[in-house]
Ligand binder design. Sequence first.
Ligand code: PNS
Length: 161
Amino acid sequence: MSTVLYPGSFDPFHVGHLDVVEQAAELFGSVVVAVMHNPDKPSGALSMDQRIAMVKSSVSHVKGVSVDAFPGLAVDAARAVKALCIVKGLRTSGDFEVEQQMAHTNFAVSGVRTVYVPCTPAFSFISSRYIRDIAANGGDVSSMVHPSIVKDLTSILNRRK
Ligand code: PNS
């Protein structure tokens, strides 16, 4: 069994993320989900505490998974938890372009490697960005996030309340 780090901004965590956590737990045995800041997305819709609570609730049925917030670099978080590697999910070739550059950069500065897992095709269109948009406008996001967080997510983000 190895520990791996799954970093992301998870604003919010959705069923595509959960799919990656489930695959990583099956492959490696122990997964640390790292809720992190993405400098390209400065103003998150959800607070760190809200994101962590939603990730915890969404993964509670998966054995070997822990969830925490980490400041700074993903590679430092990976070293702090003694992770074998970073795990990332790939939905599309667009994801690959972005993730490949990050993976090479992370390896160049730290020696920490990245392993990709392919997203289950049925979830490949799901993105936090559109979930935020739909929830903020009173739409139904229940097919895209874990059932345990639908109510909280909708009540936090729905501007039409
Ligand atoms: O879910 P996201 O927004 O695609 O996740 C991106 C994230 C948080 C994994 C990435 O921005 C990140 O690793 N942030 C931590 C800071 C860091 O390590 N930056 C150097 C990247 S090469």
